[in-house]
Write a protein that binds this ligand. Structure first.
Ligand SMILES: [Mg+2]
Length: 392
């Protein structure tokens, strides 16, 4: 059995171009789907997949670990940057899809079988409509409460918000009070039984991140995400020691090496590997095994397309420390036209029941993809009030 080609299929989904990776074999009808979506780097990732594919065409797709080692270590440059890491991830995910199809079982059965009955999903405020999630003004506390109620009415028991505003390295009380008002509004709207998460997008400096974390501690967040840059991991650890709120990070980290450092520093209580960036399903399973040794929860970053979601779900059914899965359900109205999924989502509670279909349990409609060709992603640029560059 041999890999005959590795294709990329780009599908514009407004905020992102989904990059689907199709690994084709010499067996009739046998191929696998992966995803390598990396917003604002679409052409670079498509090129990286093409560069890496020279290593794999002609090889046996069942030797996934061996192929992973080739993708990561050959061509001299290791695959620990985000572009190559994403390309490797997309191919790796497709290889697991192929292996499941060969054996006629869902991927989670290849990894030791089901460790839970269902997976809980959380949504973004607004369901993935970028205007609601990213452009709700932080001073509009009432709107945060309304969108929170809407998420609960849609069946979710957990949701994430961007309640922490863009903040200069040093500011006074104003942004802190804004964030507090927004979180208070959400908590008052939904009560104590719903889990609220706040993502800082690593906008604050470490000290401002600390102040936000302390101010929001009384509201019992399920987790508080990226309060400062992952480059300042020691400061993440200081914030985690200062508050009881679980601190989460990891969506920008690639491979076990980066996660090892995060875990060794006891910097977080929740890791958020992105299966489409961190090295794919092969690597995320090693990362999760390390997290288990530290008793740290795993909640994959998953705002991308449908193959990323299917991979995140299959991984969750075989991973003991997995706690919850990110999901977007209203990013584009035609999401379900592009993919047929094997898992089912119960509206009440938004819980996922496992797929019984082989591999990732999905099929992608290539004709539907063609209706949404590549478009340049909308520029998202942030400048502080003095004109200096900020983090989006
Ligand atoms: Mg995030």
């Amino acid at each position: 059995m041999k890999i005959t080609s590795i294709e990329t299929h780009v599908c514009n989904a407004r905020m992102r171009n989904w990059i689907f990776v199709k690994v084709v074999t010499d067996q009739p009808g046998l191929w696998g789907w992966g995803e390598a979506t990396l917003e604002w780097h679409t052409r670079a990732v498509v090129g990286a997949v093409e560069d890496i594919s020279q290593l794999l065409v002609g090889e046996d797709p069942r030797r996934i670990e061996h192929l992973w080692q080739m993708m990561y270590r050959q061509h001299f440059w290791h695959g620990n940057g985000v572009v190559r890491g994403t390309a490797i991830s997309g191919i790796d995910i497709a290889l697991w899809d192929i292996l499941g199809k060969i054996h006629g079982v869902p991927c989670h059965e290849l990894w030791g079988g089901r460790v839970r009955d269902y997976i809980r999903l959380y949504c973004h405020l607004g369901g993935g409509r970028m205007e609601d999630f990213y452009q709700t003004r932080p001073d509009d506390a009432k709107r945060f409460g309304e969108l929170a109620l809407q998420a609960v009415e849609e069946g979710f028991t957990a949701f994430k918000s961007m309640a922490v505003p863009e903040t200069m390295p040093l500011e006074g009380l104003v942004p802190i009070r804004y964030a507090e008002a927004c979180v208070r509004s959400m908590r008052e709207a939904v009560g104590d039984n719903i889990d609220i998460m706040v993502d800082c997008h690593a906008r604050p400096s470490p000290l401002m991140g600390m102040q936000f974390a302390k101010a929001l501690e009384p509201y019992g967040l399920y987790f508080f995400e990226e309060p400062c840059w992952p480059e300042t991991m020691d400061d993440l650890a200081l914030i985690q020691r200062a508050v009881a709120t679980p601190i989460a990070s990891g969506e920008r980290l690639i491979t076990v090496h980066a996660f090892r450092e995060l875990l060794e520093k006891r910097a977080v209580s929740v890791i958020q590997p992105d299966i489409t960036h961190c090295g794919g399903l092969s690597e995320v399973r090693k990362i999760a095994a390390m997290a288990e040794a530290y008793r740290v929860a795993v909640a994959p970053h998953n705002p991308q397309g449908p193959v990323s979601t299917a991979a995140s779900i299959e991984f969750g059914f075989a991973t003991p420390m997995y706690s919850i899965c990110e999901s977007v359900h209203q990013d584009v109205p035609w999401r379900e036209d592009v993919v047929s999924e094997g898992f089912s989502v119960e509206r009440k509670g938004r819980i996922v029941r496992p797929s019984t279909r082989p591999g990732l349990g999905i099929e992608i409609d290539e004709n539907e993809i063609k209706k949404h060709p590549f478009e340049q992603e909308v520029l998202q640029r942030t400048f502080y009030k003095d004109g200096s560059v900020g983090d989006w």
